[in-house]
Design a protein around this ligand. Structure first.
Ligand code: HEC
Length: 151
């Protein structure tokens, strides 16, 4: 009998500890962060609507500069998700882009994808680099030149 009482007391204690942890202030408040998807409820900052950006004029991009922008962890950081030639420790959430230039994609199509991939897949994980002003238009033109050079 004594044992049963002890067990009951221990169980009650555990339940209480669990409830206290669930209510605790340790749960971060993410509500101010916008999310990438425009179809999910995103807290207070509205996500920017997807933009289908048309490429105007000739590409005028520099592939070497585009590579630097793509690889820089504080710029494109494409390696977080993509294999790209010459890049180390790539992630695998996105497709391997080693031969992207041989896939037959047009310059305009590639530009629209890196500007805002949500125009192709509304639920994509890929950040909308142009719409969210992560990269400038010239930086994206350079990145497109780099992508198309990957044969
Ligand atoms: C957080 C992960 C992530 C990052 C960072 C990312 N991408 Fe992507 N990317 C994806 C995913 C996932 C796809 C597959 C398309 C989809 O989402 O449906 C994709 C697709 C692509 C495609 C189309 C590939 C094809 O053959 O269809 C290109 C081009 C591309 N990404 C370029 C880039 C470039 C350039 C950067 C950096 C400036 C970049 N991505 C950064 C996740 C990412």
């Amino acid at each position: 009998m004594k044992r049963l009482v002890l067990l009951a007391a221990v169980l009650q204690g555990l339940t209480f500890a669990g409830a206290a942890a669930a209510q605790g202030a340790a749960v971060p408040d993410y509500s101010a962060f916008p999310c990438l998807s425009h179809t999910l409820p995103c807290g207070e900052l509205a996500a920017r609507e997807p933009v289908r950006k048309e490429l105007e004029g000739p590409l005028d991009g520099n592939a070497a500069r585009g590579k630097q922008t793509a690889f820089a962890r504080n710029r494109g950081n494409c390696l977080a998700c993509h294999v790209m030639p010459g890049g180390s420790q790539p992630g695998s959430r996105g497709p391997d882009l080693s031969h992207f230039g041989s896939t037959g994609r047009s310059t305009a199509e590639t530009f629209a994808m890196v500007w805002d991939m949500r125009t192709v897949n509304p639920e994509t994980l890929m950040p909308p680099f142009g719409t969210n002003a992560v990269l400038t238009e010239q930086e994206l033109r350079d990145v497109v030149a780099f992508l198309l050079s990957l044969k």
